[in-house]
Every structure is written in C-alpha cells, then in structure tokens.
Ligand binder design. Structure first.
Ligand code: E4P
Length: 229
C-alpha cells in the first residue's frame, strides 16, 4: 500500500519525504487555501518539483466541463508528475465522466475525486481514471461505512481487471487509516498531523528509555572494573 500526503504544507511534506514514507501527494483548493498556497500554478509547480517523480494531484477549480478540460490540459503541462483531480459531478450534479474519459484518452493522469459511493467509483474507473478517490470521512458523515465501500470497490476492480487504484482520503482519525488499509485501499492519503501519532507510542518510548538506561549501566560497570584493576 502507498502513502500519500494530503497537504500543501511545504515544510511538513519535506519533513516526511526525508523519512522515506511518502509515495505521492494530494491537494485540493481547500487544502491549498488552509496552507496559504494562494497561487495555484506557482504552488503546484513547486510541489511537483519537490515530489518528483511521485504523483501530485491538483484539482480543477470550475464547474464548467469545457473549462475543466482546458484547466486539466494546462496543469498537465506544468510537470510530468501532475495528476489532475476531476470531481465525479460538478456542483450542479452534472456528470464529469466525459471530462475524465476525454483526459484519459489524451493520456493525462486523472484522479476522479469526491467519490462517496461504490457506484461513483466503478463509473470513474470505467471512464478511465487512473485513481478513484473515496472520501472516507465524508462517507461516514452520511451514515455509511467507508470500509464496506472500499472493500467492494477493490473487489470489483480485481474481478473486472480494471487498473484504477483506490485512494482513500478524508481521513479524520488515526483509526481511519488502519481501517482503509485493511479494507483494501491501494493508497491512503494522510494529513501530516496524523503521522506523528502513527509513529509514536508511549511504551516504545519506555522501551527505548529502559535500553538506554541499561546501556549506561553497562558502561558504568566497565568504568568501575577499569578503576579497580
Ligand atoms: C483527498 O484527495 C482530499 O484532498 C481530501 O482527503 C478531502 O477530505 P476532506 O473531507 O477533509 O475535505
């Protein structure tokens, strides 16, 4: 399973890249705004350079299918590792599958986003999306179990030999990551604030403390023996 960061926080991304656990990045306009990345092109180009050759998802910012296509083609020219995020429907509920399919046929990497159901995910996969992004937290907000959606989509992709990869996003708790991983996510995209919680454990600290303490005691013993010989 791969781990992506769901972030536009340059420092945090650099930090976790250095630790060797980041396989890619997802952003959206809300994340960019929160992380004070206001200039989309400048920000996306910098992130693509930082992550290269790992994929970086950048989302279109319009409701209009024709403008989505135009934006996507522009984004795809910014860097080789851009994946263009296209929502499954626009804010009016109109299908964006044709946009996904057109871009896929142009060999542009598409991340079909804002997916909240099995049906949306399989249609996006059929239309040619490279990634299908299931928003676990928002699925749960609606009273549904994200693990069931993820597991069913994974089973369907395998059964029908579809190459699309499941990204699970909208992570709200550390347990969401574990649930997504065990339900069959190919990728979980994680907001950086959860990574320290995943790494740390108070009993690991205690274990290391005990080992270091005993190593010091061993050194004391050697020093003592030298003094008395
Ligand atoms: C994933 O690609 C999205 O950027 C993100 O996880 C959306 O989640 P949200 O529910 O926190 O907005």
């Amino acid at each position: 399973m791969q781990i992506f960061l769901d972030s536009a926080d340059y420092k945090e991304i650099e930090k976790w890249l250095r630790q060797g656990v980041v396989d890619g990045l997802t952003t959206n306009p809300s994340i960019m705004f929160k992380d004070e990345m206001y200039d989309l092109e400048e920000g996306a180009r910098a992130l693509c350079q930082l992550l290269s050759p790992r994929p970086v998802s950048v989302e279109v910012t319009t409701n209009d299918p024709q403008q989505m296509l135009e934006q996507a083609r522009i984004f795809a020219r910014w860097a080789e590792n851009v994946a263009v995020k296209i929502p499954i429907v626009n804010a009016r509920g109109e299908s964006c599958l044709e946009v996904i399919n057109t871009l896929a046929r142009e060999a542009i990497t598409v991340n079909a986003t804002a997916l909240l159901s099995f049906n949306q995910a399989i249609l996006a996969a059929k239309a040619g999306a490279t990634y299908v992004s299931i928003f676990a937290g928002r699925v749960a907000d609606e009273g549904n179990d994200p693990s069931i959606v993820i597991r069913n989509v994974r089973t369907w992709l395998q059964e029908w030999n579809k190459p699309a990869r499941i990204i699970v996003g909208s992570i709200r708790t550390t347990m969401d990551i574990q649930h997504a991983a065990l339900a069959g996510a190919h990728i979980v995209t994680i907001p950086p604030q959860f990574l320290p919680k995943m790494v740390d454990h108070k009993y690991s600290r205690e274990t290391v403390r005990q080992f270091n303490h005993d190593a010091e005691k061993a050194l004391d013993k050697i020093a003592q023996a030298r003094r008395t010989s």
